[in-house]
Design a protein. Sequence first.
Length: 191
Amino acid sequence: MAKVPTKAYPTPTLSPKVMAIRIAALPTPERQRLALRKALSRYPNDANLLRLQRRLTDGEHIRRAAANGIFISYTSQSELFALALAEDLQAQGLRVWLDITHIPEQADWHLEIERALQRHHLMLLVVSRDTFTNEDTRREVRTFLTSGKLVLPILYERCEVEKLGLWLSPINFCHSYSQGLEQLRRLIKPQ
């Protein structure tokens, strides 16, 4: 039997406005952010998509994500800072996960980190100069972003945080730890 030729139809290109409407209808903020990241890679300056991005990264979404658990990602250079930050946030009643305090000595380190990345919904990324070259940190950020979760940069050292391509504005701890902590607390702790 001879094959019947089929006519190839081009897939329709959706306008950014229609994309924004369809993305907003997705069932979870994580799925919405994931689809929005793809749409913004195609239309980075579209007002409808940028408006949706602001809505999906507002204070309410950040607080909801924090209520579902906070994962702290850091490099060895900022380990003591990350530990102090985790302790201070836990003292304020927030559920914080930090590898050096939550992984038992005999456990599979990578497996425990993967599980924690799945369970938590807000990442505090402690940003230092070596963040950009540390493969473990980059993998953790990639895992969070490809899950549609929020990554909040915490500036431990001055550096060009914009290069990370994150949607949330950084919290600056460079000048004053206590001011940075207060700004972070106001952002992530329920009112």
